[in-house]
Design a protein. Structure first.
Length: 368
C-alpha cells in the first residue's frame, strides 16, 4: 500500500521568476502527473522540490523529513535531499560514456562501488553491452534510460521526471511507458512527472494535479478529474471543448439527477445538489458524451437527452472527422471528433440534421 509517510507533501508560494501558489502531495509508490500549459509552473515546482529554487514561503517534506520550512527556517541543499532528477533533455555529459554519466551522480561513494552500482542500474534499464557508448552513439530512448539510471542509482527519496518522453518516437515511448510502470511497481518512492500529454497521464499516473498560471486547480485520480473538473479552466485543460449556458430546474435525489434547461429543452445531468433551482450555470459536453446512431440499426440507444443536431461543417483528418454542429436554441457550436467511416456510412454532410443522445452521466455542471 502506498505510504504518505514515505511520500511528498508540498505547499509553496513564489513571487519570481514565476508567480506560484501551489499545494500537492504524492504517496510513496505512486506517480503524480503535473498537467498544465507552458508557463503554468510545472517545471518550477520540480525545481522547488529538488532544492534548485527556494520558495518565498511554505513547507516541503519527503519521506518523513522536512526539506524546507519558511517558518522554521529550514532549507536543505539539493545534495541533502536525495532527489533523482531526469530533466527534459536528459542532461548527459556528451564526452562521457553511459557508465561514466551514471557514476558522475555517485561522487559520495568509493570508486569501485560507483562503477558496480552504475553497471547494475544500466543493466536494470536494459542497456547491457552499451555501457561504454557516449550519448551521441545512443538513440533517444537509450539516452533517456541512461538519465533514468543515473537518477535512480543515487537511491533517491523521490524521482522527478520533466517531460521524460517528449524527445522519443511513438514506438520507443510505448516501450518506455512499460518500463517506467514496472519500475514504479518495484520502487516504493514517490514519482512526480511533468507532462503535456493527457493520454500519458491517464496511462501512467495514479493522481494528476492540474496547474494554470502558477495555481493548483485540482488534484485527484486522472479519470475522476477528467470527468468532474472543478471549473471551466480545469475542464479545458483536460481537453473538453464544449461549454453551454443553462439554468437549474430541480434535483431528483432518488434518481441522482439534476435537471437543467438549455435552449428551451430539459436535460438530465448527474446530481449537482450544490446549485439551487433557478441558478444560472455552465454545463460541459465531452466528445464521448455524444452518441450517434448505430451503424447496424441506424437507431440511438435508449436514454434521456435525445436532441436534434445540425451539422455546420465537417473537416476530415486522416481516419477522423472534426465536426462543428449546433443544438436547438443554443448559440455556441458543438465540436466533435468522430470516425470518418461513421460519417460516411451515415451519409452525414452539412446541413444534415440527425438526432443524437447526450449521455446524462457524462455531462457535468460547472459554476458560471
Amino acid at each position: 500500500m502506498a505510504s504518505l509517510h514515505s511520500g511528498l507533501s508540498l505547499a509553496a508560494e513564489l513571487a519570481a521568476p514565476v508567480r506560484l501558489h501551489a499545494a500537492l502531495d504524492c504517496a510513496g509508490g505512486q506517480l503524480l502527473a503535473l498537467v498544465g500549459p507552458s508557463g503554468s509552473g510545472k517545471s518550477t515546482l520540480l525545481r522547488l522540490i529538488a532544492g534548485l529554487a527556494r520558495p518565498a514561503q511554505g513547507r516541503i517534506a519527503c519521506g518523513g523529513v522536512c526539506w524546507f520550512d519558511s517558518a522554521s527556517k529550514i532549507h536543505l541543499s539539493p545534495q541533502q535531499r536525495r532527489v533523482g532528477y531526469v530533466p527534459q533533455h536528459y542532461g548527459l555529459f556528451p564526452h562521457m560514456s553511459a557508465v561514466a554519466n551514471v557514476m558522475a551522480g555517485l561522487s559520495d561513494l568509493p570508486a569501485g562501488e560507483r562503477q558496480a552500482r552504475a553497471m547494475a542500474w544500466l543493466a536494470k534499464v536494459h542497456l547491457d553491452g552499451l555501457e561504454q557508448r557516449r550519448p551521441a552513439e545512443l538513440s533517444g530512448g537509450q539516452q533517456q534510460r541512461v538519465a533514468l539510471a543515473r537518477a535512480l542509482a543515487r537511491e533517491p527519496a523521490i524521482l522527478l521526471l520533466d517531460e521524460p518522453f517528449s524527445a522519443v518516437d511513438r514506438a520507443t515511448r510505448e516501450t518506455l511507458y512499460i518500463e517506467l510502470a514496472e519500475l514504479k511497481q518495484e520502487l516504493s518512492l514517490p514519482i512526480v512527472m511533468v507532462t503535456h500529454d493527457l493520454n500519458e497521464a491517464l496511462l501512467l499516473a495514479d493522481r494528476i494535479t492540474l496547474l494554470a498560471d502558477g495555481q493548483t486547480l485540482q488534484s485527484g485520480r486522472p479519470r475522476e478529474v477528467m470527468a468532474r473538473p472543478v471549473n471551466e479552466l480545469a475542464a479545458r485543460l483536460v481537453g473538453v471543448r464544449n461549454f453551454f449556458d443553462g439554468r437549474i430546474l430541480c434535483h431528483d435525489e432518488a434518481e441522482q439527477l439534476t435537471w437543467l434547461e438549455a435552449g428551451g429543452r430539459q436535460l438530465a445531468c448527474p446530481l449537482s445538489a450544490g446549485f439551487p433551482p433557478g441558478c444560472q450555470v455552465r454545463w460541459m459536453v465531452p466528445d464521448s458524451a455524444v452518441r450517434l446512431p448505430s451503424l447496424i440499426s441506424g437507431e440511438l440507444p435508449s436514454g434521456r437527452n435525445r436532441v436534434p443536431m445540425t451539422l455546420q461543417a465537417v473537416l476530415p483528418l486522416g481516419e477522423e472527422a472534426r465536426i462543428a454542429a449546433t443544438l436547438p436554441g443554443i448559440p455556441e457550436p458543438l465540436h466533435l471528433q468522430v470516425p470518418l467511416r461513421l460519417m460516411n456510412e451515415l451519409h452525414l454532410n452539412p446541413p444534415a440534421t440527425i438526432e443524437v443522445l447526450l449521455r446524462e452521466r457524462q455531462l457535468h455542471i460547472l459554476a458560471k
